[in-house]
Design a protein. Structure first.
Length: 170
């Protein structure tokens, strides 16, 4: 009995820790993505070299999408022919999120929080506070907005393709 209750509790907490919800609406036709130059991932087409990127605070650059973040490129663009981009994103202390509600024209987006916290508002999901250990899969083209983040926020973001357009949501 106790074992059954413990198993049920584990299932409940696992369900709380990971939430998967459907995209709020059927995505619009994506002809532009279907014809894009970067094809689907294929083992045969990926580079054969090992890529190792060690932590180095000096490798963060303020040349990314948002001025309130700094970005450390993990070096996957070359080896994947531009199909995959991975970077570490960290907050610039004292700068606050001021980006409008927006969406990204991509096929895959994954976020994993390493340190600190951030609050996002995802279309069809609502506001959620991400903390260390939180993973988010953002479906293609989902409208979202960052509300706030801590000065020590640090996260990993992986996207495919590596380069993509970002549009302000209307
Ligand atoms: Fe975004």
């Amino acid at each position: 009995m106790a074992r059954r209750a413990a198993t049920a509790n584990r299932r409940k907490s696992a369900a709380k820790a990971t939430t998967v919800r459907p995209a709020p609406r059927k995505p619009a036709p994506r002809k532009s993505l279907m014809k894009r130059a970067a094809p689907k991932l294929s083992v045969a087409k990926l580079g054969k070299q090992v890529v190792v990127s060690h932590a180095d605070p000096k490798s963060f650059k303020g040349d990314g999408l948002r001025a309130f973040f700094e970005y450390r490129d993990l070096g996957l663009m070359g080896v994947t022919g531009g199909r995959v981009h991975a970077h570490v994103v960290r907050a610039v202390p004292g700068k606050h999120a001021d980006a409008p509600r927006h969406w990204h024209d991509l096929d895959f987006q994954f976020v994993y929080v390493l340190k600190g916290w951030a609050i996002f508002d995802y279309e069809g999901y609502g506001k959620v506070k991400l903390t260390a250990g939180t993973m988010v899969y953002q479906p293609p083209r989902i409208r979202h907005k960052e509300i706030a983040h801590s000065d020590d926020l640090e996260l990993i973001e992986i996207t495919s393709p590596g380069e993509f357009a970002t549009h302000t949501a209307v």
